[in-house]
Structures are given as structure tokens and as C-alpha cells.
Design a binder for this molecule. Sequence first.
Ligand code: SF4
Length: 230
Amino acid sequence: MIFAGIVKTSLIDYPGKIATVLFAPGCNYNCFYCHNRSLIEDFTELLDQDEIDDYLIRRQGLIDAVVISGGEPTLYNDIIPFFSKIRDLGYLTKLDTNGSNPGVIRRLIAANVVDYYAVDYKAPKDRYQEICGEDADANKVLATIDLLIQFHQDFEIRTTVVPQLSLEDLVQMAKEMPLVPRYVLNPYRIPKKYQPCDQDRIDVPPYSEKQIAEFSETVKLYQPNVVLMF
Ligand code: SF4
């Protein structure tokens, strides 16, 4: 795998653990609100792999977990041996994914190299391409979620509550998913970098935290394990 970014110490990316987060460049989605646009479009500098290895060896015992995020990490063929290497160093492992590759998730589960998954469910099925680009397919994300449940994996689902999603959309999404053990609602923040064609969508004011908290009360009727991340 290759990485274009690192957060050396994070208290928010692995529930209850201190984590280092590595960001793999490139993505098969094109969410209009992506906060990692430079990572998915025009990354120029990659981290030195030897330096990453040295860092992870030096931090053994100081950091609990390593999170592989992106971009979309499941696009990398060597994701399984990379997770395996991290595990061998004694770290817990977590994958952040858009859920678009259930085949890779199935292989990761079989290899038993990921301790925790975070999967984005980004829109109602019938609006997935509108929000996430023409290559997005909600059915694949739902297949990923089904696999995680079927094979008793630890995971959470995350939704960024962009202002284009109404309460009705959030309820529909909550109904489309099977019951999930942890459903994180993230507030939307306007990205620094975005496509000029998305200016109108970017200009729509975000929901307040109070509004999202109110929405969550209705969403909980269908997904009781809602967590607000603010
Ligand atoms: S899936 Fe994530 S990294 Fe990919 S475009 Fe969407 S927000 Fe950005």
C-alpha cells in the first residue's frame, strides 16, 4: 500500500483507543463534500514506506491501534498483507471504507486481520450516485454491511449529515440498513477544496448540531444505536 497522509495520534478514530491514522490516496467515489479531495485527485507526495515502518516499530506500546483510511483503502491489492504486518507489530487494526468492495471485505474477514470496521452509508439508495458520483452503488455498501453482520465483525456505520439529506432521507437510510451496532451521525463541514461544478451544493448552509440531534431522535426509532459525533 502507499500513503499520502498520517495523523500520528488520534483519540477519535478508534472507539476508546489511541490510534495512528494512515491515509491511502485515490478513491472510486466522488462525493461532492469530500474533505480529502487533494488525496483523491492530485496527491503529489507519498510518505516513505520505511519511515512508516520505523514509526510503527517505535510506537509499539504507546499507540493502541492503526487505522487505514483514505481515499479508499480497499482499492489496494496488498491490503491484507499490510494489515497482517500491522497486527504482527501488536496493534489493533481498523479499516475506514466507503463499503464499495464487499469482495475485499469478505477476504479481509477470512484473513482475520481487521479488528474494527467503519463503513460509510452516505445517502438513500436512490440518491447514492447523486451524492457520491456515478460509480457509487448503495447495494454494494449494503452487501458489505451484511457481510460484517453475518461474520460477527465489530463495526460501525457512519453518515455525514449533508444539508442535501432531509430527515425523510435519513429515515429511509435507517430503514434500508439492517440493525447496526453503532450508527454514527457526523455533522457536515464545508470542505476547503471542491469541484467548481459543486459550488451550489457547497453553498447550502449546514444543519446545526441541534437540528441533527433532533433528527437523531426520529432516526433512533429505526436504528437505536445512534451516536452523535460532536
Ligand atoms: S468515499 Fe470518502 S474519500 Fe472517497 S470521495 Fe467520498 S468522502 Fe472522499
